[in-house]
Design a protein around this ligand. Structure first.
Ligand code: GRF
Length: 201
């Protein structure tokens, strides 16, 4: 399957997908990488892998709707089977969601701690277990149907960076597994339930 990956930062989730797709049996390959800003490591990772990149900045457009349309047009031009938002820090509007299915990762166990500071919020709340969530995005913020989750322990001396890295280690593995299975086996969504593979009976 053809993947377009959207990044806003270090792109370690992207890198995990690039490494996995080096194996032809993985069933998916990254055909383009998009970002909302220049000068991020995620774009460097794509260029090093020889993968086309695009940058669409909200500030380049008079309205958010025009940015949404530009992003959707860029994505559609690569005819993806699946768009993966891994650390992309903008809410994607209806045009993008209509262009292709969108898979998102979040570094908390949704519906707990949605939004841009899931790790910080979990730590501040004093939870003993947090984790990561892979979901199909809908128009809300981290509200789409959940595909997979995995728990990650919070340790007494954790700070935001230490906990986030422990989560990302799990998140990268979970994302690679789910993207590969969805690309190879397909998936169906009914309501809030996502089923991967052709389940008969
Ligand atoms: C990931 O934990 C993602 O869930 C969160 O930001 C992080 C991005 O990491 N939104 P990277 O850019 O893939 O390294």
């Amino acid at each position: 399957g053809r993947l377009v990956v959207l990044v806003s930062g270090s792109g370690t989730n992207l890198q995990a997908l690039l490494d996995a797709s080096a194996d032809p049996s993985y069933g998916a390959r990254v055909v383009a990488v998009g970002a909302d800003r220049e000068g991020i490591e995620g774009l460097v990772r794509a260029s090093k892998a020889g993968i086309p990149t695009f940058v669409e900045k909200v500030s380049d457009y008079a309205t958010r709707a025009e940015w949404d349309m530009a992003v959707a047009a860029r994505i559609s031009s690569y005819a993806p089977d699946l768009v993966v938002s891994a650390g992309f820090m903008k809410i994607l509007g209806k045009p993008t969601l209509q262009a292709a299915p969108l898979l998102n990762t979040h570094p908390a166990l949704l519906p707990s701690f949605p939004g841009a500071h899931g790790v910080r919020d979990a730590l501040a709340h004093g939870v003993k277990v947090t984790g990561c969530t892979v979901m199909l995005a809908d128009e809300g913020v981290d509200t789409g149907p959940i595909v997979a989750q995995e728990a990650v322990p919070v340790l007494p001396d954790d700070d935001d960076a230490v906990l986030h890295e422990r989560i990302k280690t799990v998140e990268r593995r979970l994302l690679v597994e789910i993207v590969g299975r969805m690309a190879r086996e397909g998936w169906t969504v009914s309501g809030r339930s996502v089923r991967i593979g052709n389940h008969t009976g």
